[in-house]
Design a protein around this ligand. Structure first.
Ligand code: PMV
Length: 336
């Protein structure tokens, strides 16, 4: 019998139109569509999954640390869901490594759950359609289904109750706009990050602004898709900044408020507007996920200047310049 073992490398993604809020908690269905750019291999997770009769229970580790409790349950949830499609009842061992510091809060769950789902599917030798893969990946982490492809990726909200029309799809490959760069500033986390899952519930339950944001997103999605199609940098960056501001506004409007941006994050916002103002053009645009780290979308030409500005801001610990990634890859170099 062939070894039930596979290794996948998936990379993180940064949302230009953010996912914040669910329309169905159990099925992990989003309240709005979202759109992201997949990052290159500097921000990658490598995951090896093996099913064997020698394992007594499902076990998992990330960067050498064994998972327990809630974290282990999420990983086992994905593994177990897929195992039911196969003929095996063997338990699994999952070993995962992040190329970037997990503590830096750079969407490791997106690359992590994309790599986990794909490695598990391959280890079990399952034949799944792209939409099925997408649906299963988002059960582990919503934003992970956008890491299943390279380039620009949309995750559709869908309207069906069973969630079968809420899946991810590539809208343009990484070769469409190769000059784009993401200059990431890792800043000191001001306070411990609350899980997105809890934060989203808090916003949906308490923020009046939230419904307004949801009503706006379909128009923003259209404008962003159009800007990508036409390679209209100014329009893309303006919508990206406005959407990040909108998500952080509904976070602040939640009660108690969810505060992720720190002084360093706010200095980055000011610096980007100053940079664009001096240039008389919108050539850089910031976006922040549920954390204080800034991601500045710009072009190859402007990336060195942006990198320099960011590194001079107090509280910025390091700067990473990423290109767009080509999506997940399998490798025969297993982690164990
Ligand atoms: O996929 P989750 O449940 O970790 O949610 C992440 C949501 C944000 O990162 C804040 C925004 C996004 O669309 O990636």
């Amino acid at each position: 019998m062939k070894a039930l073992k596979a290794t996948c490398i998936a990379t993180s993604n940064i949302a230009l139109v953010k996912y914040w809020g669910k329309r169905d908690k159990e099925r992990n269905l989003p309240a709005n569509s979202s759109l992201s750019i997949t990052m290159d291999e500097q921000l990658r997770t490598t995951t090896t999954v093996e099913f064997s009769k020698s394992y007594k229970s499902d076990e998992a580790q990330i960067n050498g640390v064994r998972l327990k409790g809630e974290e282990l349950s999420r990983v086992v949830g994905t593994v177990d869901y897929l195992r039911r499609f196969s003929k095996t009842q063997f338990k699994a061992r999952v070993v995962s490594e992040n190329s970037f510091p997990t503590a830096a809060g750079l969407a490791s769950s997106a690359s992590g759950f994309a790599a986990l789902t794909l490695a598990t599917v391959k280890a079990l030798q399952l034949e799944l359609q792209p939409r099925q893969l997408s649906v299963i990946t988002r059960l582990g982490s919503g934003s992970a289904c956008r890491s299943l492809y390279g380039g620009f990726v949309e995750w559709k909200r869908g309207t069906l109750n069973d969630g079968s029309d809420s899946y991810s799809e590539q809208i343009a490959p990484e070769t469409h706009w190769p000059e784009l760069r993401n200059v990431i500033a890792i800043v000191q986390a001001g306070r411990k990050k609350q899980s997105s899952r809890k934060g989203m519930q808090q916003t949906a339950a308490t923020s009046d602004l939230y419904q307004r944001r949801l009503a706006q997103v379909p128009y923003r999605m259209q404008r962003v898709k159009e800007a990508i199609r036409q390679k209209n940098l100014g329009a893309l960056l303006e919508e990206t900044m406005k959407d990040s501001n909108s998500m952080h506004a509904v976070m602040l409007d939640s009660y108690p408020p969810i505060l992720h941006l720190t002084d360093a994050s706010r200095q980055v916002i000011d610096a980007v507007h100053e940079f664009n103002g001096a240039l008389g053009d919108t050539a850089a645009g910031y976006t922040f996920d549920a954390g204080p780290n800034a991601q500045i979308i710009t072009t190859e030409k402007r990336a060195p200047a942006i990198g320099k500005i960011l590194s001079e801001i107090g509280g910025v610990q390091s700067v990473i310049t990423c290109r767009q990634g080509k999506g997940p890859q399998f490798t025969s170099k297993h982690l164990f």
